[in-house]
Design a protein around this ligand. Sequence first.
Ligand SMILES: C[S@@+](CC[C@H](N)C(=O)[O-])C[C@H]1O[C@@H](n2cnc3c(N)ncnc32)[C@H](O)[C@@H]1O
Length: 287
Amino acid sequence: MASLWRLSIEVAADARDAAEAVAWGLGVQGLEVRDAETGWTDGRAQVVAWLDAGTDRPALEASIERALPGAQVRWAVEHASWGADAAVVRVGQVIVAPPGAHVETALGELVLRLDAAWAFGDGAHPTTALCIEAVEQAAADGPLGRVLDVGTGTGVLAILAALRGADEVRAMDVDSAARAAAVANAAAHGVDDRVHVAAALPSAGRPFDLVLANVYLEPLLGMAEALAACVAPTGRLVLSGLGRVHVPAMRARYEGVGLTCLEVAERGKWARLILAPANVDAGAGPG
Ligand SMILES: C[S@@+](CC[C@H](N)C(=O)[O-])C[C@H]1O[C@@H](n2cnc3c(N)ncnc32)[C@H](O)[C@@H]1O
């Protein structure tokens, strides 16, 4: 998937939930809701959703008009970038900031300075935060070992894993702009010797101690066999990029390929799963 369509549906504030439900029903890959609670101040609500470029646009517009008469619909072609209005984001002891931002740090805090111009992963999205927390927890539990970061975007999770001591990080993304951003950002953090960026999943070789996959709903459902094969017997798979409502389906899909779900975490409308090979004692950490 080289690029996405960015669909914005603007409605009266009281139609926010209806607009969100309609957007999910269109098969979108992810969405954000902007309203008074998130600083959208003009008394209206906006649902911004990303979906595969090439989807039948007139059909989508017709169904939006039927469900939400009078909604203002706008389209743009872009990569899934939340970087344009990047701000300083704190997730526990990790601070994600644009390259030039002034950041005050306390002892023990780690600053990632990410150029998110054309890639997803400036730290502000709840799924990124959920995955940062998972990397931090894994690093606190023991050595990270070998890490695979699927859908690396800016490289935010891959770089964090390298800075937290991973021996080696394989990062991949189907988007060439994301790969370029991840390579540049890894070099800027001095971890390009351990972060290797590719366009495809590793096809063979040793499985990974930690597999991170903050992607989108449909690709995650499609990649279950391939991702399960990447997880070492004592490893962990962290899945995000899915809405809370999609947890049961995602869980069933991955349990169907031999993994067991250890944990579900939620942030707003978003969720993260942590899974491990089912035949392994759930108490055993990566090693
Ligand atoms: C939600 S962003 C996550 C970015 C970053 N890892 C983070 O946590 O903020 C999803 C990324 O997955 C990539 N992507 C989409 N489909 C993919 C696929 N089938 N395989 C690998 N990456 C994919 C997108 O290009 C995008 O960079």
